[in-house]
Design a protein around this ligand. Structure first.
Ligand code: NAP
Length: 347
């Protein structure tokens, strides 16, 4: 089966990862790339300040960037759109595509917490896709909107899902986030070199709310948030890619560290083209200084989660986890959701 796809916001940090991940994809064929009015009409090579560590695929380099509207992509005959637009822009533009019947797998934060929008990680809560039927009824559109979580949320949530069998009660997390998470022109070198910034606008709230939705339960009509309290503190540091997080979790049970490691490593991967073979890898006591962004962000082609430093703390457990923020945390997450949408017959 071949599905023609487009990328909204294709020239940005996440858009570039989409292009890299879609190169030679067995199901998706890239047929349209959109960006702002400044980029429309230019070739992709000319419009994008390419910073991904593989060359721009030749066929994409010569594609014309079109304006981000249903008219702009009308000639491309696509069935599915990936969205990596700034959230304010996405909030205005995504509904126009949904009204036209497109299926949109989106990274942007608008609507992630809407009651009728699935916020999905295929390995954790694939059943939440059932919200699409609720969404179509309520919004009256033929399309379907699926969101993936924020990059710092998706780094931590698979480890929390593994802990949930021991009664997850509360989570405190502190992040060390890479500069690519702020987008191509998000943080200037004058701000970030030799520095750390203890504030990322809106990020803490996203981690605190999205985690509870992802771990929540869906009864076929409504979604209930997980009860756990989540408190986050988010920091930007001068790494390029890969968010590292220090997690402190309180559980109602008292599992051994071996049982926790087994639960994390035993979490099932999804049987989809872009899934890693093993979703979470846990370093043991022989490697107390891992995971590290530069060494571990490409685990599972950037689609895996790496944990380590697992110990007991005064209030429960503590450990570190890491994921590639523009792959597992953004474009790869959206791509995996799209593969699930195809598998489940929504495309
Ligand atoms: P970015 O590097 O700033 O790229 C933004 C893209 O949107 C560019 O292609 C830009 O085109 C386009 N754009 C901007 N304004 C537009 C407009 N008015 N109309 C149409 N297109 C417009 O941002 P990013 O880091 O890729 O992030 C994209 C989205 O993904 C954001 O919502 C972000 O919050 C989310 N996200 C990012 C990450 C991450 O790690 N970076 C992780 C998870 C989620 P031009 O090049 O023409 O300006």
């Amino acid at each position: 089966m071949s599905v023609r796809v487009g990328i909204l916001g294709a020239t940005g940090a996440v858009g570039q990862r989409f292009i890299q991940l879609l190169d030679d994809h067995p199901t998706f064929e890239l047929a349209a790339v959109t960006a702002s009015a400044d980029s429309a009409g230019r070739t992709y090579r000319d419009a994008a300040k390419w910073r991904v560590d593989t060359p721009i695929p030749d066929d994409v380099a010569e594609m014309e960037v079109v304006e981000t509207s249903p008219d702009g992509i009308a000639d491309a005959d696509v069935d599915l759109l990936f969205s990596s637009l700034p959230s304010g822009v996405a909030a205005e533009i995504e509904p126009a595509f949904l009204d036209e019947g497109y299926v949109v797998s989106s990274n942007s934060s608008n609507d992630r917490m809407a009651e009728d929008v699935p916020l999905t990680i295929p390995e954790i809560n694939p059943d939440h896709l059932g919200l699409i039927d609720v969404q179509r009824d309520e919004r009256g559109w033929d399309g379907a909107l699926v969101k993936n979580p924020n990059c710092s949320t998706i780094t931590m949530v698979p480890t929390l899902a593994a802990l949930d069998e021991f009664g997850l009660e509360s989570v405190h997390v502190s992040t060390l986030q890479a500069v690519s998470g702020a987008g191509y022109s998000g943080v200037t070198s004058m701000e970030i070199i030799d520095n750390a910034i203890p504030h990322i606008g809106g990020e803490e709230e996203k981690m605190e709310t999205e985690s509870r939705k992802l771990l929540g339960s869906f009864d076929g009509a409504e979604l209930s948030l997980h009860d756990a309290d989540v408190a986050a503190s988010c920091n930007r540091i001068p790494t390029l890619d890969g968010h590292l997080e220090n997690v402190f979790a309180e559980l109602s049970e008292d599992p051994s560290l071996d049982a926790v490691r087994e639960a994390m490593e035993g979490l099932e991967s999804a049987d989809l083209h872009s899934s890693p073979d093993q979703l979470i890898k846990v370093f043991d006591d022989d490697d107390p200084d891992r995971p590290q962004p530069r060494l571990d962000r490409t685990y599972g082609n950037g689609m895996g989660i790496v944990a380590g430093g697992l110990q007991r703390s005064a209030t429960g457990l503590k450990y570190n986890c890491l994921a590639h923020n523009t792959v597992r945390g953004a474009a790869g997450a959206s791509l995996l959701n799209a593969e699930l949408l195809v598998e489940e017959g929504y495309v």
